[in-house]
Ligand binder design. Structure first.
Ligand SMILES: Cc1ncc(COP(=O)(O)O)c(C=O)c1O
Length: 385
């Protein structure tokens, strides 16, 4: 057994990251300075989008995308129940209604057939999530959106660096949302980004993150002007310059981080494909996942235990497992507000009852990976039927 707890995710920072932040701390611009535009430019380039607009968190970025899509009271947006609550909450922030559609058990992503059954005259947007870093079924989802005049906001908070049918995530949907929380592929502490190929959307996103004002303080100072106009009801969702400086440095390491995560996933999958009692995640032929998470499903029919006990047994081995996610509709807020009782989305609920996220982060050593495989193998053998 390991002597120390291996977390399920963590950041890695090097001296170049620290130096970049310190440089900004010594400069004139702590926020909305030159690093913001620079980060947005390199990020847009990396994901192959025309525009990238930074935000103070992935949640703020989702809110901005929901606003920019024009969501308002009376509208509906269809999303998956198997996600972090922020995906659905951003619809509520706009006074619109999140409508859930069940998942495809193969990828655990939203099932386009289920989306079809939830479309109404009020549907305005589709909000697929690239669960664990595996892109959603974007071709089918975009096809539905085009047929019905809907906007697609892809929640790619797990999927920076993923590819779908040879295209980079961030360049495919109408708007794509990323998060830079420390467990993600790159971090700015807190932070988020929306990418889009639509110049009008980009302009609205910029305004929304800065109180709805049509210019920023630095451009006014440079132009020697005091006049500005607030043209829509926005927020202060700005990402500071020192965070953007960190983002620029972190982005340089994205390819290496992705390569390591793919290596770890391949090693896990090779081990777990051979191990009755757990089911490794599936990958569709057109997807190249980014592996934010590595979620296994406990195969309850082959074991004498349940997920909770399996989870505790792995924790007892000092393997820092987690569960992603409690389906959104089962949270008390959603139950109370919308009357969900459980049973509405059987596939998402069944997955939730069997899911365990194993440690997955790019600085894991090969010893860490072996420890995880050994611990899972040990727990499976002690509960084998
Ligand atoms: C799928 C998903 N959407 C949205 C978010 C929100 O991002 P943030 O924590 O940066 O606000 C997260 C964060 O973990 C997430 O996993």
């Amino acid at each position: 057994m390991r002597s120390t707890l291996l977390p399920y995710g963590r950041q890695s920072l090097d001296e170049a990251d620290i130096a970049a932040v310190v440089d900004v701390l010594r400069s004139d611009w702590l926020t909305t300075g030159p690093k913001v535009g620079e980060f947005e430019e390199v990020f847009a380039e990396r994901v192959g989008a025309s525009h990238a607009v930074s935000f103070s968190s992935g949640t703020a970025a989702l809110h901005a995308a929901a606003f920019t899509a024009g969501l308002q009271p009376g509208d509906e947006a269809i999303t998956t129940p198997l996600t972090f609550a922020a995906t659905a909450n951003c619809v509520l922030y706009q006074g619109a209604t999140p409508v859930f559609a069940d998942i495809d058990p193969f990828t655990l992503n939203i099932d386009p057939e289920q989306i079809k059954s939830k479309l109404t005259s009020k549907t305005r947007a589709l909000l697929p999530v690239d669960y664990a870093g595996h892109p959603a079924d974007l071709a089918a989802i975009l096809d539905l959106a085009r047929k019905h005049g809907l906007i697609v906001i892809e929640d790619a908070c797990h999927a920076l660096g993923a590819e779908y049918a040879g295209k980079r995530v961030g360049s495919i949907a109408d708007m794509t949302v990323f998060s830079f929380h420390p467990v993600k592929h790159i971090t700015t502490g807190e932070g988020g980004m929306v990418t889009t190929n639509d110049a009008k959307f980009a302009e609205t996103l910029h305004r929304f993150r800065n109180h709805g004002i049509s210019s920023d303080a630095r451009s006014r100072q440079t132009a020697g002007q005091w006049h500005y106009e607030m043209v829509l009801l926005g927020y202060n969702y700005r990402l500071p310059d020192f965070a953007c400086a960190l983002g620029i440095e972190q982005l340089k390491k994205l390819d290496a981080n992705l390569a390591r995560r793919r290596e770890i996933a391949a090693e896990y999958t090779a081990a777990f494909r051979e191990l009755p009692g757990v089911i490794a995640p599936n990958v569709r032929a057109e997807a190249n996942p980014a592996w934010h998470l590595y979620p296994i499903l406990v195969d309850l029919g082959k074991l004498t235990t349940d997920r909770a006990q399996f989870f505790r047994a792995l924790r007892a081995e000092n393997i820092g497992v987690n569960v992603h996610y409690i389906p959104v509709h089962l949270h008390p807020y959603y139950r109370d507000r919308f009357g969900f009782r459980g049973g509405e989305f059987p596939k998402a609920e069944d997955a939730y009852n069997r899911l365990i996220s194993l440690p997955m982060f790019h600085s894991m050593t090969s010893g860490d990976v072996k420890d995880v495989i050994a611990a899972v193998t040990k727990v499976v053998s002690s509960y084998a039927r």
